[in-house]
Write a protein that binds this ligand. Structure first.
Ligand code: ZN
Length: 538
């Protein structure tokens, strides 16, 4: 056994197993292999009489991932028996999503009534973090079974089901802290953001689907920084895609408390404080991967430096870019000696007519969206690959036919001003409420066809790229206020459905990146053409 002897819960040990394996990835400390081998043998013997329960039962796949990790290093066949036993004692996420029951807002009253009966199944199956962690289940199973086609289909069904019934325009699903439907006034817990990212990174490395990389960037560049203040000293438990007030109102949360969307040290509960720091490091460690043919793959884009090997050759790489704000990614290769290997670059689904230059020369390399572009050549010291990913504004549809705007991997929001009011000091940091300074209730005059014409304004990328005061890219959109769209107890009322009309004047709004707008509207009603024409005639 590892850990304190005052409780015998398997779940906190699953976290420790992950910590130890990642510590070994960083340090190669041989004690990790020894302790995990002995612990897993102990658990294999103990599980039949002391089975998984509560959190461990719903998060078993997070341990199996590291049982596989150890098997890949030691070949100890008993580990395969442990993986099998953990899955058989754990909750069957695959069947749960094959006949999905949770298609609306989870009822707090129903969960409380079930808890009195001692039944936690609905609370666990609708729990946001559980669902985020469970998105690696099919990938973990595929690593054991080799059944790529079926497990990929199961992963996609899980994603599509969460999107269909609980999807948010920031790339996440609602969970405050249980699945909460499609209204963007509902919240998403920060732990779920980082656990979903981690699951998707496992799924990307396993299935190799470009779409998974696109989703990782959407979450990492929007929902993740959207839950922090500009210096990361305060974070939210629940963020909202439409967040008109950060305060102490009762809010629409399924089970969370009234402080859940404050920015602070540990609003609502300390779990996110202990968890949110895994977001950026795990994202960073998945920027590059190795392909089965011995090549290197740029899976996600951010500035970085890589020291690795291809075959017996040492190679270092440097990525210079202001992505996701700008369209260009430069990769500078420095192999110790000239070496031939395949280099693959992810071409996102949104990137039409991407181009690749090598040492300044245009190339005919296939850059079809949602593929990996392949460059197979002899690489020499100082080779430069320039990838250009055109970012054109686009519109997608959400709750009540609302509109959300994206450009490249960034989601854009209306910032309704930020008046920060300290609620209480918390040692080195503080808990904050945020009040709006401007109107938020606008409808946009834009649709799927006209979105490409939306004006893009670019500025230099500063030291705090996700700060509202120095937003490096903005979208200018025509809009009008809809004064019948009001707030109810600190949240925006349901988005008015259908084409909106109003006699209020045209305004030109500047939308900024989602994460920069700490008070924001992201899903907007649509302004009808007729009202605009009538106003022009008047
Ligand atoms: Zn949390």
């Amino acid at each position: 056994m590892i850990g304190p002897d005052r409780d015998d819960d398997w779940w906190p040990r699953m976290v420790m197993v992950k910590v130890l394996a990642q510590y070994h990835d960083a340090t190669a400390d041989p004690r990790v292999i020894a302790v995990l081998t002995r612990y897993f043998h102990y658990q294999l013997a103990a599980l039949p009489t002391r089975p998984l329960h509560t959190w461990g039962k719903y998060r078993w796949q997070d341990e199996v991932l590291f049982v596989e990790w150890l098997y890949e290093r030691t070949g100890d066949v008993s580990l395969l028996h442990l993986a099998d036993l953990l899955e058989r004692q754990g909750y069957d996420w695959i069947s749960g999503f094959a006949s999905f029951k949770y298609t609306g807002v989870t009822s707090r009253a129903r969960l409380e009534a079930a808890a009195i009966r001692g039944d936690k199944s609905e609370a666990m199956e609708t729990h946001g973090v559980n669902n985020g962690q469970a998105l690696k289940t099919a990938a973990v199973r595929y690593r054991l079974s080799g059944d790529a086609a079926n497990e990929r289909a199961r992963f996609r069904r899980q994603m599509e089901t969460l999107d269909r019934f609980h999807g948010m325009p920031n790339g996440m699903f609602s969970c405050d802290e249980h699945l909460a439907g499609l209204d963007p006034s509902h919240g998403t817990e920060l732990c779920t953001v980082v656990e979903t990212l981690y699951s998707l990174e496992v799924a990307l490395s396993t299935f190799g689907d470009v779409a998974i990389g696109d989703r990782i960037e959407k979450i990492a560049f929007n929902a993740l920084p959207g839950a922090f203040d500009d210096d990361m000293w305060a974070h939210q438990y629940d963020q909202q895609a439409n967040q008109i007030l950060v305060g102490l109102n009762s809010k629409p949360w399924t089970t969370n408390g009234p402080e859940s969307n404050l920015y602070g040290l540990e609003p609502n509960f300390g779990c996110c404080t202990a968890n949110f720091h895994q977001g950026w490091p795990k994202f960073t460690s998945n920027l590059w991967m190795r392909s089965p043919d011995g090549g290197l793959v740029a899976t996600l884009y951010s500035p970085c430096e890589i020291e690795t090997t291809v075959g017996d050759h040492k190679i270092s790489l440097r990525v210079e870019t202001e992505y996701p704000f700008k369209e260009d990614v430069r990769i500078i290769l420095s192999p110790e000696t000239s070496v031939r290997f395949p280099l693959r670059l992810r071409i996102p689904a949104w990137a039409q007519a991407a181009t690749i230059r090598i040492n300044g020369q245009p190339t005919p390399i296939d850059t079809t969206p949602e593929t990996f572009a392949l460059i197979d050549r002899l690489w020499i010291q100082g080779d430069v690959v320039d990838l250009h990913l055109p970012m054109v504004p686009s519109v997608s549809r959400w709750y009540n036919n609302s509109l959300a705007l994206m450009r490249g991997p960034l989601v854009f929001s209306l910032d309704s001003g930020q008046s920060w009011v300290k609620l209480r000091d918390r040692g080195l940091t503080a808990d904050w409420q945020v009040y709006p300074r401007k109107f938020w209730n606008y409808a946009l005059l834009v649709d799927e066809h006209s979105a490409t014409q939306v004006e893009v304004v670019e500025h230099a990328v500063g030291m705090k790229p996700f700060a509202a005061t120095m937003a490096p890219v903005k979208l200018r959109v025509r809009a009008r206020r809809i004064d019948t769209w009001r707030s109810e107890d600190g949240v925006a009322a349901p988005i008015p459905n259908g084409l909106q009309t109003t006699d209020l004047p045209d305004e030109m709004l500047e939308l900024i990146p989602y994460a920069a707008a700490k008070l924001r509207i992201t899903a907007f009603p649509q302004l009808g053409e007729m009202s605009a024409v009538r106003a022009t005639n008047e």
